[in-house]
Write a new protein. Structure first.
Length: 485
């Protein structure tokens, strides 16, 4: 390779300015402490830290609330009604349907694959007569506000690669997640709160782990990683000052650290040094903004009742849903809720009842609450997991003890709000709920559509790393126009 060209590839824009403009560190610090003095923030964008040129076109949504049901909810028992399974119950799944599907380690040793009908009743709801299980009556009550997509699909068949895939666009770890991409591209509408916040709640049986890299920034600057809010103690670690340290002392300490870090930046040009300065300043501002955000005592009783009996218990899904609405009001760009416990390989009827009891009412309440406050129009709500469940049973068929294995060929999610056509069902699966027969939606297509709702062309939001331009949808993805309003 030409040595001059090789040298050019080794120097990125940030390192160039770090070495050539010794005052940029001070300027960066000044912009963090008083952004109104800098032209990068305009009254037109009303965002802090967004990339020039974004959004690419007028967005329908300003923010996302992603209700991620970790473990894989059974679409057969919740959102994809298959009346033919009444006749097919306890019959062998035909090889012509299974078509040599790759199996997980949990069922690879099975010799038989008996079909299992759902034991729960389904009924039609809303103007379009959308089918919902009796397990989710509250979600059914918002049928006219949501779009049910029955044909989401993925190649991944195990939890970690599947969650990593839908969250980052790749099955192997190391790439930025959706929230990090949006924080990088769109920034935040509130300089006193992170642009990307994560909350986790647990079902009664939650044995499937979640890794912090799922809300990591990958090769993007680390300031774009998700900030996890906890269910006990301080919502954010080290939010409170330690004993003997008051706000004034904390301010003096941060000012001193900023000067030291600025000198380091001038010497080395490492962009992560500026990230460190920015994160310290954000942490300082959060000491005031977060306590106000998490104080749900200011909510009226009617609102609290709408979210259900667990809404006053920090760490529950109901509490997190209410906080998500409060974050949406305050301009947080990406709000990710994980609810663990959907991996139901056995005892599915009992366990799915418990999961729905935890999540059904708060999920519907969130949509209703956003709508009542005029926020649903520009807030995109997504509900779904990393894959679905198989029509065949794991182990013996027993009314209250059967389970279902992982199934990525098709599964169901629902979406509501900013840019999504309400009151529709999109896509169709076969009578076994095993294969897509109409309008497939790959997870790359789903992510392309999510970005589209936010005014982003998924092919243009890229980041150069190790000589290649990366994006959330990798080299794939088509916007699903059939679900757009």
């Amino acid at each position: 390779m030409d040595p001059i060209r090789e040298r050019q590839l080794l120097i990125n824009r940030r390192h160039f300015f770090g070495r050539m403009a010794t005052g940029i560190g001070t300027a960066a610090l000044g912009s963090m402490l008083n952004p109104s003095l800098f032209a990068a923030l305009t009254s037109d964008t009303k965002r802090y830290g967004n990339l020039a040129g974004l959004p690419h076109f007028t967005p329908k949504a300003k923010r996302i609330i992603y209700l991620f049901m970790a473990g894989g909810p059974s679409q057969i028992d919740l959102l994809d009604y298959k009346p033919e399974l009444e006749k097919l119950h306890n019959t062998e799944l035909p090889e012509s349907i299974r078509m040599g599907q790759r199996l997980t380690g949990m069922t690879s040793g099975q010799k038989n694959f008996p079909c299992v009908k759902p034991i729960f009743k389904f009924a039609q709801h809303g103007k379009a007569g959308t089918w919902f299980s009796e397990l989710i009556p509250n979600i059914a009550s918002i049928a006219d506000d949501i779009a049910v997509i029955k044909t989401v699909n993925t190649e991944a068949i195990n939890h970690d690669p599947a969650i990593t895939y839908i969250q980052t666009g790749f099955q192997q770890p190391g790439r930025p997640c959706t929230g990090a991409w949006l924080s990088y591209g769109l920034g935040s509408m509130n300089q006193n709160l992170p642009g990307f916040i994560v909350m986790i709640s647990n079902g009664k049986e939650s044995d499937q782990p979640l890794y912090t890299r799922l809300w990591g920034s990958g090769f993007l600057p680390s300031e774009h990683q998700g900030v996890q809010f906890r269910g006990t103690g301080d919502p954010v670690l080290y939010l409170s000052n330690p004993a003997g340290v008051d706000s004034a002392a904390r301010r003096r300490m941060l000012d001193g650290l900023a000067k030291l870090n600025t000198k380091q930046y001038q010497a080395f040009g490492d962009p992560e040094i500026n990230t460190r300065i920015a994160q310290y300043e954000m942490a300082y501002r959060m000491q005031t903004s977060v306590p106000d955000l998490t104080d749900v005592s200011k909510e009226n009783e009617a609102t609290l009742e709408m979210y259900g009996p667990d809404v006053k218990k920090p760490g529950t899904f109901a509490y997190n849903c209410l906080l998500a609405r409060r974050m949406a009001e305050r301009g947080v760009t990406f709000i990710q809720l994980y609810h663990r416990g959907w991996d139901q390989h056995n005892n599915l009827p009992k366990r799915i009842r418990e999961q729905c009891k935890d999540t059904d009412q708060p999920s519907a309440a969130l949509v209703k609450d956003l709508k009542e406050r005029g926020l649903l129009e520009d807030t995109l709500v997504i509900w779904g997991g990393e894959f679905g469940r198989t029509v065949y049973s794991q182990g013996k068929i027993e009314k209250e003890n059967y389970g279902r294995d992982h199934h990525g060929r098709n599964y169901a999610i629902w979406m509501a709000g900013g840019g999504i056509k309400p009151g529709i069902t999109y896509g169709e699966t076969d009578d076994y709920c095993y294969n897509v027969v109409e309008n497939p939606v790959h997870i790359h297509d789903l992510n392309a559509t999510v970005l589209h709702c936010l005014g982003i062309d998924h092919e243009k939001l890229t980041y150069r790393f190790q000589g290649r331009d990366f994006r959330l949808t990798d080299i794939h993805g088509e916007v699903v126009k059939g679900i757009l309003a």
